[in-house]
Structure formats: structure tokens, C-alpha cells
Ligand binder design. Sequence first.
Ligand SMILES: N[C@@H](CCC[C@H](N)C(=O)O)C(=O)O
Length: 259
Amino acid sequence: MKGHFYKYQGTGNDFVVIDNRSLEFDKSNSKNIAKLCNRRFGIGADGLILLEKHATLDFKMVYFNADGNESSMCGNGGRCIVAFAKFLGVIGNETTFEAIDGVHKAEIDDDVVKLQMQDVSIIQTFENHQFLDTGSPHHVELVENLIDFDVKANGAKIRYGKPYDEEGSNVNFVKQISSDKFAVRTYERGVEDETLSCGTGVTAVALAMHKSGKTTSNKVILETQGGDLSITFKENNEVYTNIWLIGPATQVFKGEVEW
Ligand SMILES: N[C@@H](CCC[C@H](N)C(=O)O)C(=O)O
């Protein structure tokens, strides 16, 4: 069967996006999802996102990693699906939708999408890194030479190592640029490679850097390989609320594909 797809990107984190309000797309066929995401045998993407109907909210987001498995929250994907919902006429400039980690609010202004993330109250601190869940699990580690750092090799070692094991974690390598700006390179679980940007990853980095005192700002700029994102938040007694991930989300092309 042939179906329509759209390709979106948010700071270079790219996604196949499908309107599945008719529920025609077979979500159980993980081989097919992996093939659609394959950069040689398919469309090519870091993940695939379905927009589905929701009983009470504007829509539901269903997210799969490039390996074909449904996964935890994708922040850049969340921003892209909001842009797609606006494109389809499902929403206006504001929305409330459901994703795997709960309900999200979002606002859209031209191609800039502001996505509210879930509150974070637990940030674990270890000798060389921090670990937190911002909808997806994230290991955050400062490194000296980020430009020449081998993100794929070092990320894979951490992702498959203890304590993460099979379930794994996304891994963010970070270098401070100024009092409120950090460069980030992320190894993504489920893509099993470095991606150009990770929304839940930069959210984790901003909160982790605030918690460790590297920044005192409530607005943090994150420089990814695919462009800048910003995170704003409130903090009270080390509980982070009102967290917003802000940046561009763009439709790149559309087409028809066999699935
Ligand atoms: N690219 C994402 C994160 C997607 C989920 C991740 N690969 C996982 O399985 O945890 C983002 O922008 O947040």
C-alpha cells in the first residue's frame, strides 16, 4: 500500500511525519518503520512520528526511533509534530496534545515552536556526569575538546555500559561557552549514532548545568550541530517547572512511499 509522508527537521534532528488520523499506518511493523528511516533504503530520518486523533486533546503524538521501536519522548519531534498539526489545520497557534510522557502545551509563531516539557525533580550527580529524565533518559558529561570528540565511539560505550545496560540512555557531551551558553553533541539511543540535535537532550543539559551551578540563568542557549535551541524554566528547591524548549521546526519535503 502507498501512503503520504512529510519530512520535517528541527535543528537537524529529522523525522518522517505521517498523518495517521485514519489509523491506516501499521504501527506494529517495526521493520517497515526502520526501513522508512533508513538513509539508503528508505526516506531517511532519525525517527518517525505519527499524528493521531485524541479523545479530548488536539492530537496524540506517537514516536518511533530510527531502529523502528516506539520510544520515550522526543523534544525536537514534539516541536515538528506541532508544526505539522498547524500545517494540517488541526490546531491554530496554541495546542495541548498527548505524548508518551504525558500532556504537553505548545505555541507556534512562524517556524518557531515552543514546547512545554514535563517537570523535573530528580537530577542525579556523579563524579564525572549527571543523569536525569526529561521525557527520555539522559547522561550529561562535560568534556574539554568537544569539537574533536568521538561522540559515536564514546557515546556507544556509555549507552551500552553500566548502569544503563540494555535499556540504555542517550548521552550528551557538553562544553561551556559562556555564562548561559553551552555547546552540546548527543549520541542518541535508537539511532545508535550522533544526531545533529536532541530536544530532550538539550533540556537535560540546561537543567543539569543549572543544578551544578555552571549557570545561574533561567534561560540557557544550547548550541547543537544543527543550530541553536533555548530552554527557559523556573526552579524552586531544585525542582524544575515551567520548562520550555524553543527553536525552529521546518517542513522539508513531502512524498508518497510504499509501506
Ligand atoms: N531526538 C529526541 C530524542 C528521541 C528519543 C531518544 N532517541 C530515546 O530513545 O530516548 C529528542 O529530540 O528529544
